[in-house]
Design a protein around this ligand. Structure first.
Ligand code: A2P
Length: 403
């Protein structure tokens, strides 16, 4: 059996033949004839230098093939050959940055072996900016979401891209380059952050995005930092400061565009970030969609729940929300999975619909409990959870991003 190889392709149906890619490629891998711009697989080193300057996104195709397409093949195309929806993820090209690829693969483990995107999701742009060639963003907001004195410091960070095109979709992540070096003398590893805003920005048609970041502070006995270098860097950013951004990343944990889709969103803490993006997208694009959003959101208390205030103002017709608290005085501990069981009369019928999507985001520890609740609900509604989950994974309806 031949091992599969990664290949970079240009979509002839979208390319406007502007020559930017050929002029940018440092190794002469991009060439053209009167018909098409093509990539020579024997020369391309996946440096990504051609990706962000491309005005159309036609350059942004990375596939896994048994045998690379030849230049003659590519010159003859009027469109790209058909590609399995899961190919990009299966090929490990959700992110070309090694740190980002490893982090994403780990975060999406719970989605099952072959991760697929929802069939109606928009086509994501990925890997536009690398550590070698990062985008520069300006910090235009750093708002503390949890009150002083709360046990966690969670922040809403806004990054503005100015004149740089940095297209994102709800559910994608970005990497932030942390300045300086670690104790080993090497640059700090890249850290990924989920985007908390919808594709058209914090306010419609602004070229910015937001992140929900929790300060992690773990010190070694000698007082030096053990974990949290990246989150402290981001949480301490001041308005006007510049940061280096890599990505965007992620081509599977994306929102269905289908207005009939019911979306069950289960999260803890900052795992709510992508669901803020999903909710704002629905609110702006299809507020009267037939499908509804159903949120199960766990936090220690209302003070520790990011966006508690704004959530109160989201119309019930758009978002059915269950805010679940684990550390309220005089109340037993409750987790999202406990509340799911209480809503089994609503979740059971939703699980029977082919248009329902499930997203789980946040602490890895919640996965087992959430699964157990789905199993119990399925049994009460004549469904087999392991079978249903397998089918939902296969069709891009079940997504997990945990850490
Ligand atoms: P707990 O009070 O037991 O820590 P954090 O604030 O640490 O980010 O956690 C967010 C929420 O997730 C908290 O309410 C926390 O409860 C809860 N949590 C912790 N472990 C689990 C788990 N295994 N399943 C579901 N929720 C969990």
């Amino acid at each position: 059996m031949t091992a599969a190889v990664k290949q970079h392709l240009i979509d002839p149906a979208v390319c406007i033949r502007c020559n930017t890619c050929e002029a940018t490629c440092p190794v002469g891998a991009v060439t053209h004839d009167a018909n098409n711009y093509v990539v020579d697989a024997s020369k391309c080193q996946f440096c990504m230098d051609c990706v962000s300057p491309c005005p159309t996104g036609s350059i942004n195709h990375f596939v896994e093939v048994a045998k690379p397409y030849s230049l003659a093949d590519q010159y003859s195309w009027t469109e790209l050959p058909p590609e399995d929806a899961s190919t990009e993820a299966a090929a490990g090209v959700e992110a070309f940055d090694e740190d980002a690829a490893a982090l994403l693969a780990d975060a999406h483990k719970g989605s099952g072996g072959k991760v697929r995107r929802p069939p109606s999701a928009s086509d994501p742009r990925i890997n536009l900016f690398s550590r070698r060639n990062p985008a520069e963003a300006t910090v235009t907001g750093n708002l503390r979401l949890t009150p002083e004195g709360a046990s966690s410091d969670i922040r809403h960070i806004i990054l503005d891209f100015g004149n740089t095109s940095f297209p994102v979709l709800e559910g994608q992540s970005i990497g932030i380059v942390i300045p300086g070096e670690g104790a080993n003398g090497r640059p700090h590893a890249l850290r990924l952050f989920s985007i908390a805003s919808p594709r058209d920005g914090e306010r419609p048609n602004t070229n910015n995005l937001s992140l929900t970041v929790k300060r992690v502070a773990e010190k070694k006995p000698d007082g030096t930092e053990l974990r949290g270098v990246a989150s402290n860097y981001v949480c301490d950013l001041k308005q006007g400061e510049k940061v280096k951004v890599v990505g965007p990343f992620g081509s599977t944990f994306l929102m269905p565009d289908d207005p009939e889709a019911d979306i069950i969103m289960i999260c803890t803490g900052t795992g709510s970030a992508p669901f803020r993006g999903f909710t704002e997208r629905r609110r702006r694009s299809t507020p009267n969609a037939k499908g509804k959003l159903h949120l199960f959101f766990g936090a220690r208390s209302p003070q520790e729940l990011p966006y508690f205030g704004p959530l109160q103002k989201v119309p019930k017709t758009l978002l059915d929300q269950e805010l679940v608290f684990s550390r309220l005085a005089n109340k037993p501990k409750e987790y999202v999975q406990d509340r799911m069981r209480k809503r089994s009369a609503d979740l059971g019928p939703l699980l029977k619909r082919a248009t329902t999507h499930i997203y789980v985001c946040g602490l890895r520890g919640m996965e087992a409990g959430v699964e157990a609740s789905f199993d119990e609900i399925c049994q009460a509604y004549g469904l087999d959870w392991p079978q249903l989950r397998a089918a939902m994974r296969e069709s891009g309806h079940y997504h997990v991003e945990t850490y």
